[in-house]
Design a protein around this ligand. Sequence first.
Ligand code: FES
Ligand SMILES: [Fe+2]
Length: 446
Amino acid sequence: MYRRTVRYPVEHPDRIPKERYFDADFYQLEAEQLWPRVWQMACRLEEIPHPHDVVEYEILDQSVIVTRTEDMGVRAFENACRHRGVKLVDGRTTCESGFVCPFHGWCYGADGTNVKVTQSKTFAAHNLEPDEIDLRPVRCEIWGGCAWINLDPEAPPLRQSLEPIASILDAWQVESMRAEWWRAIRLPVNWKLAQEAFVEQYHVVETHPQLVISGRFPPRSGEFDPQTFVEAELRYLRTMNEGMAGMVHASDVGVAEQLRDIELAGDAATAMATWHTTLNDAVVKHHRDAGSAMPDLNDLEARGVNEPMGYCFPHYFVLPMYSSASSYRFRPLGPEETLMEIWSMARFPEGEEPEPPSPPIPIDCDDPGLPPIPTQDFSNLPRQQRGLHTRGFEYMRLSETAEGHISNYQRVIDRYLSGQTHDEILPTLAEVNVNPLERPIVGLDS
Ligand code: FES
Ligand SMILES: [Fe+2]
């Protein structure tokens, strides 16, 4: 098939050309060849809890209407009146009585069918062909507690496009979580740079020194002291709770505190394993006793799916920890501007779910109201975006083992940009829809 040449491709897997993060033509190529062809997280389902609830999802210059159907499915349309293109929905609404265009009053049913053309006799018949005056459908599917849209009718189904991480996050039962808070942050950096700040652990020692807590790992020399270990673990859990305003939920920290006096016998490895399995069981019991849906954490461990992070190409992350999770979404606002959203999610007994949080007003990345851990991550980003423009700086040089995900997903982007077919790209999605942490550079053969 026709192949486009991509300027600034990733030619050496461990080197990422700097222009990919600011070049206007590269950004434009992403707008034409990447974003219209990929599944995008359009909203959390609690934003549209009732039939006929409607939210608008915007990506670049495209706007999509996402609706709840009578049977609690989802349906989406392009957000443009078929007469002269006025956007029908701004933000949130209901389509209980369909959609009415505010300009000349054309009306559409909740299923998108045109039900009224005002003064229709003044139009030639060829401009009112029934199929052509209905709202244009957009593909929309549900997974992981969210509605997803894809502007490409040819794209493979959502679920197939998200494996293997979809199955892993299903085992975590992420769909049963609810958002406790939701923030939006405007970052003065490229969308890829923004998300790359969160896909490796290499930065933790320098950027988040408070997370480096001695005593959490077996001592290189000398005696292992179980009490020191437990105190270090508790401090880590508290720091993760405060640092992300709930990434480890306060209730789970409370459960852990009650295990403070646990007897840990044997060598370091046995003692640490006992602590982790006991804490897992206690957290599971706490939430199940309360009536919440909660996966068996030790079972996840045994099945090898106890991943602390899941990446969904190209712009959505879930980071589960014990009973809770953070999730992130990144959207480009310009070559060097990104809207990042964070949802902090937790588990609730059925019927006791909180009201969905209101759509956030975007704040700056140095807003004093942000939790300390993302504030530390954000403090590097504007400096990095500035530094990339330096004349003598050519490309990022990646660690093959610690920063492989950055290379992997950037090379998948190149496949979209060069015009590969979905069949050609699909196998490579399975290499990036994984836990990105500690992921090496992989071959993307096909
Ligand atoms: S633009 Fe919608 S009715 Fe005219
Ligand atoms: Fe970080």
